[in-house]
Design a protein around this ligand. Structure first.
Ligand code: G4P
Ligand code: NA
Ligand code: NA
Length: 194
């Protein structure tokens, strides 16, 4: 997605060879116009798939997921990382392993929001090692809903997440795919600028 690539080049910072900082528009401050375009792009890519629900993970997945849900006119469910005061019954939980933190955390959704009639689009902001996306796939599968695919705003293609998800047979649509962050330089797999 050209608009997103240009934004990443303009405002993204390669913090290290593996970490891209995009808190100007995605991870802290949010650019609503860009999120709107991202929502339209995901919706276009999954149009005609019969999506009934979108599932994401708090917090940074919510903005792109909601904009996609607006266009597809379907509800958006975000998996929670912390136990909620009111959300205590009928929880479906899965574990996410973090390589950087070397710890495992639970994420959960309420089972009442998904059932075997649902066809789900999973959305997240980043795809790195794929642990969060795999946990979202696991949660959705536990509800017996089916999965249309996974929409990722920024994929770090030099990490293994994309490979793990395709090995599971998941369709992955990434709007920007980073080839390398070496030497403080952001390189895409395909530079789409016309
Ligand atoms: P890890 O196994 O590679 O350590 O990744 P992990 O899943 O633990 O991800 C930790 C957080 O960092 C996640 O956000 C993930 O989306 C994000 N992340 C992974 N790689 C990058 C990157 O290169 N740049 C940025 N900006 N984020 C990255 P989170 O903790 O769930 O935070 P949030 O959704 O509340 O923002
Ligand atoms: Na994040
Ligand atoms: Na995230």
């Amino acid at each position: 997605m050209e608009l997103l690539q240009k934004k990443i080049i303009k405002e993204g910072i390669a913090l290290s060879d593996t970490v891209l900082k995009v808190d100007n528009f995605l991870n802290h401050q949010i650019d609503p116009q860009l999120m709107n375009e991202i929502g339209k792009e995901f919706a276009a890519r999954f149009k005609g798939e019969g999506i009934t629900k979108i599932v994401t993970l708090e917090s940074s997945g919510i903005a792109p997921a909601v904009m996609t849900g607006l266009v597809l006119d379907v509800p958006v469910i975000f998996a929670r990382k912390k136990k909620s005061l009111t959300l205590t019954e009928g929880l479906i939980t899965s574990q996410v392993y973090s390589y950087t933190k070397q710890e495992t955390n639970d994420i959960s959704i309420a089972s009442k929001f998904l059932n075997d009639q649902d066809h789900v689009l999973i959305i997240d902001d980043f795809l790195a090692n794929g642990q969060a996306a795999l946990a979202l796939v696991d949660i959705v599968e536990k509800t017996n809903a089916s999965i249309a695919g996974i929409g990722i705003v920024i994929e770090k293609a030099f990490q293994d997440g994309g490979k793990f998800l395709s090995e599971k047979g998941c369709r992955v649509e990434s709007l920007a795919r980073i080839q390398s962050l070496a030497n403080q330089t952001i390189e895409f797999v395909n530079w789409e600028t016309s």
